[in-house]
Design a protein around this ligand. Structure first.
Ligand code: FAD
Ligand code: FES
Length: 358
């Protein structure tokens, strides 16, 4: 069910001092499984210093290129990202789960939309895919991308973005905001904060002219950009956000924090790949995901922190409560979707469907 496949690394390109771009070969028989939408991510799995690590990396290529490519930026003291930067080389194989995630709006060739995008650091990876995919698929749409970095040397996809701007004249407006390198236009110096957004909206970007916004980066930046956009009247439903796990401290579950309803145990049924798996678990001790994994059930997951949405499923019977959710949007929750890594049963019986996307 978690469907990892070993894929061969075709190319590794050192994009900046701290980031590599990795391209995978996908054998012909696996190509349908690895077809992707703009903004989706892959979960990579590797043994690093004897530990089995899973991490999500967003696909950075345009959908039209059908090229499985990710950028991995070193995180200070990060285990996987440093291992990947030091060890991944052409010819290596690594376990890769098929694409997942629901960050981007589906392209519509007929529409003439004006999009805003805000990215910081490695947050550019899904945005790069979304921008190029959209410019190619929606000939009448345009993008304004605000991209924050420390210095121009740290800008991932600096050349590719400049090429995109040249290829689509007048349709990609690119604003580099740098925090540790001085640029002539004072407005473009500093970090992407709420204040910076307010200044950009006063002098450079008219939010009201835009239909939707994509935001990807650290949690604080996403909160501030979202607040600034909403203050300008952009509805929350038009703001799509993607959070990268590195900025979120994992929260430990606190047993007994909620009043218990009914029995202390819950009968769980998981629908996975068309078949049903059953187990009994204590309601408040571990998540539905951890209890299922302990039963030997192959359930897909990556961050276990409520960030990546790899473990998303739908509650079709009963009720669960989530500890944290940084991944699902309100409309998904309204339809019954939950993150199984964060879900604790409330009712005596729950049925969770991992197969449905609707
Ligand atoms: C949907 C999604 C898409 C993503 N896409 C990308 C992408 O395209 N490119 C990219 O580079 N990243 C991406 N990420 C982030 C990526 O998944 C990893 O989180 C990132 O590479 C760090 O992993 P790591 O193993 O190197 O760091 P970890 O070892 O997991 O550490 C993460 C951070 O926490 C700190 N830390 C670790 N342990 C402790 C501790 N005990 N106490 C305090 N601090 C600690 C580390 O210093 C480090 O800064 C994405 C994440 C998500 C959820
Ligand atoms: S495994 Fe990442 S949200 Fe559950």
């Amino acid at each position: 069910m978690s469907k990892f496949h070993p894929l061969t690394v075709a190319r590794v390109h050192r994009e900046t001092r701290d980031a590599i771009v990795v391209t995978f070969d996908v054998p012909a028989d696996l190509r349908p499984q690895y077809a992707y939408d703009a903004g989706q991510h892959l979960t990579l799995r590797a043994r690093v210093d004897g530990e089995d690590l899973r991490r999500s990396y967003s696909i950075c290529s345009a959908v039209q290129d059908a090229q499985l490519r990710v950028a991995i930026k070193r995180c200070a003291d990060g285990r996987f990202s440093n291992w990947a930067n030091d060890h991944l080389a052409p010819g290596a194989t690594i376990d890769v789960m098929p694409p997942a995630g629901h960050f981007a709006l589906p392209p519509d060739a007929q529409s003439a939309r004006r999009y805003l995008a805000f990215a910081a650091g490695s947050g550019i990876t899904p945005i790069r895919s979304i921008v190029e995919t959209t410019l190619r698929a929606e000939p009448h749409s345009s993008f304004t991308l605000v991209y924050g970095n420390r210095s121009s040397a740290a800008v991932i996809f600096r050349e590719e973005l400049a090429e995109l701007k040249d290829r689509y004249p007048g349709r990609l407006n690119l604003v580099h905001v740098l925090s540790r390198e001085h640029q002539d236009i004072e407005l473009f110096n500093g970090r992407i904060t709420r204040e910076k957004c307010e200044a950009l909206f006063a002098q450079w970007i008219t939010v009201a002219d835009h239909d939707a916004a994509y935001v990807c980066g650290p949690e604080s930046m996403m909160r501030e950009v979202t607040a600034a956009l909403e203050a300008q009247g952009m509805p929350r439903t038009a703001i799509k956000v993607e959070l990268f796990a590195a900025s979120i401290p994992q929260q430990a579950h606190v047993p007994g924090a909620r009043p218990r309803v009914g029995q202390s145990e819950c009968e769980v049924t998981l629908v996975i790949d068309g078949s049903q798996r059953h187990y009994t678990m204590a309601k408040d001790r571990e998540s539905v995901l951890d209890a299922g994994l302990a039963q030997g059930i192959d359930i897909r997951y990556s961050c276990k922190g409520g960030v990546c949405s790899t473990c998303r499923c739908k509650v079709v019977e009963g009720k669960v409560e989530m500890d944290a959710n940084y991944a699902l949007e309100d409309y998904e929750i309204a339809r019954g979707f939950v993150l199984s890594c964060q879900s604790f049963p409330v009712t005596d019986r729950v049925v969770l469907d991992f197969d449905t996307d609707h």
